[in-house]
Design a protein around this ligand. Sequence first.
Ligand code: GDP
Length: 218
Amino acid sequence: MTDAEHILAKLAQAEFQISAPTLALCPPNIGHEVAFAGRSNAGKSSAINTLTRQRQLARASKTPGRTQLINFFQLDEERRLVDLPGYGYAKVPEQMKLEWQRHLAHYLRERYSLRGLILLMDIRHPLMPFDRNMLTWAQERQLPVHILLTKADKLNRGPATNALQEVRRGLTALGFEASIQLFSSVSRLGIEDAALQLARWLEMPLPSETSDEMPDTP
Ligand code: GDP
């Protein structure tokens, strides 16, 4: 089994754990977790479902009443994936959006089991204000960010590569540091790279790291 296959098999064990409205109601702050954020329609649910090979997992986060919550998916006792609210198009009063933002910023600032942020941006609409907010919050607490440029299948290879370079330049111009890749839940482009990033942040033991550690033969 390759490392990527091993990781994807592990991610497939994800189970919905809990939806938390505030930091205080999140599961115990132990082990490692990786959060996914993106504007509504960025392809976040599709990416989570693809990476975990579960068609329905991120649907939990789309249930009315849960869209504004922090949703936790447990891989094992020590590792979690976290689906953060993306309130791009939500038709709610401004006051409520500010309230969600406050909880989100609080979670990002205080949650020390959070090891990295996967930021999903539609390849055709990158670096919108929501994305810049997330990058700013992450940078403020030195949280590493890995960007998935989603729906890459919507562009041909040339334009997709150009878009990737463009966003790289945009990040540099704005003073943000982040790794970045193309991703598509439809063509499955970039799934292995995304999985490897998750494994690093979640400190998953990998077959390639243990295979040469053969026990001494007597
Ligand atoms: P979310 O609001 O960020 O959770 O976005 P969804 O995962 O629900 O996706 C929003 C829309 O984009 C849906 O109609 C999906 O079918 C579509 N979509 C998501 N990922 C991809 C992708 O990789 N390629 C294409 N072509 N469409 C996608």
